[in-house]
Unconditional design. Sequence first.
Length: 135
Amino acid sequence: MATHSRRNTKQRQAVIDALAGRDEFRSAQKIHEDMAQAGVRVGLATVYRNLRALAELNEIDQLLAPDGEALYRQCDSGTHHHHLVCRKCLRSEEIGAKAVERWMHSLAEEYGFTDLEHSLEVFGICSDCRKKPED
């Protein structure tokens, strides 16, 4: 795994700014498109590189959509959490899932594992999208 500097370049800050205040996970292409529409000139490869670096530094969250595409979001919580994600609009809610955490730790103890890492993403349809007529 590559090691990335915590140094904020102009391009990295532009990517961070593009993620700020958004509730939904977005693809690198969508983030790049939003940046271009805002007048920020950064190449798509630079957006990808900075998103990967920020995810490796745990400064943003990355998840894989059901179709396998990497999606990114800047989360409010600085602690371990999970996401409930709408399959249509990609809006997400941060969830704690204490029961899952207890289960993970009991499972690890049962099988003699330590130093656990895991992620849990739950996909569904949000109430706003459920109200919209099908296209």
